[in-house]
Design a protein around this ligand. Sequence first.
Ligand code: SF4
Ligand code: F3S
Length: 104
Amino acid sequence: TYVVTDNCIKCKYTDCVEVCPVDCFYEGENMLVIHPDECIDCGVCEPECPADAIRPDTEPGTESWVGFNLKWSEAWPNITTKKDPLPEAEAFDGVEGKLEKHFS
Ligand code: SF4
Ligand code: F3S
């Protein structure tokens, strides 16, 4: 599966949702997640993310993100249409420690 990781937080560009063939993105206040059981591993969303926040779960460091994506995809609504990024997206792109400080 692919997972959304912390650089999505406070950015939420949403380019990813437009290309997913199985519509498996879910939307929280300030980030999206992928439902790991619905993702078919096609990989087309990865290069679409301007914040480089989408990673394959085979990549080191993504272990904790699989459970995170699963948990929140079951709580949040599905999103299939692109919308404007968050107003602070550019300022927050690449900021360290967003999960600890800015996830809500
Ligand atoms: Fe959707 Fe493919 Fe991205 Fe999985 S890898 S979330 S199926 S676009
Ligand atoms: Fe987030 Fe990137 Fe999608 S910032 S909303 S994963 S395009």
